[in-house]
Design a binder for this molecule. Sequence first.
Ligand code: ZN
Length: 200
Amino acid sequence: MSDRKGIVATLVDCFAELPGIGRKTAERLAHHVLRMPAAEAVAFADAIRAVKEKLHPCKACYNLAEEDLCDICRDPRRDRTVLCVVEQVRDLLAIEQAGTFRGLYHVLQGRVAPLENAGPERLTIDALVNRVREGGFREVIMGTTPNVEGDGTALLVARRLEGMPVVLTRLARGLTVGASLEQANRDMLADALSGRQPLK
Ligand code: ZN
């Protein structure tokens, strides 16, 4: 009995770890899983296992990939002269959903946040600098979040790219100020992209 209680409690704890899920909801979800048909519950667990075992950062852009390169980097229809720098994979997905950007991406895997003691060293800035140095890009769009930390990160990245033969631009502000890219809706993001401004 105590064993079974432990197993359920572990599942509740797992759900409670998820963002936006309180204790009560975690309990409800755990009990929902208990009532699921076994095959469905196992498929759910397998889906979680698969994203951790089969996905890793793309060797070029740090998007999630099943092979060395992600689907976007391997797509021959993408414009290889325009690069959009974003903080996280979910920002990339938000821009992809807006559906107007046809270039490539670079995922920084975070942003510089002095108040959280998060410096630039754990970001993929060196890899970005190498990519741009190798040539071929004519424009690098700073697609970091339009807030203080995102702006700071964009400036830091821009400084590292100084002197390279690329035009640096920033997503247009307007409606999306302060909002994360994933909160912005499709039209807002499409506008921010089409209205992008030269940086500095
Ligand atoms: Zn990639």
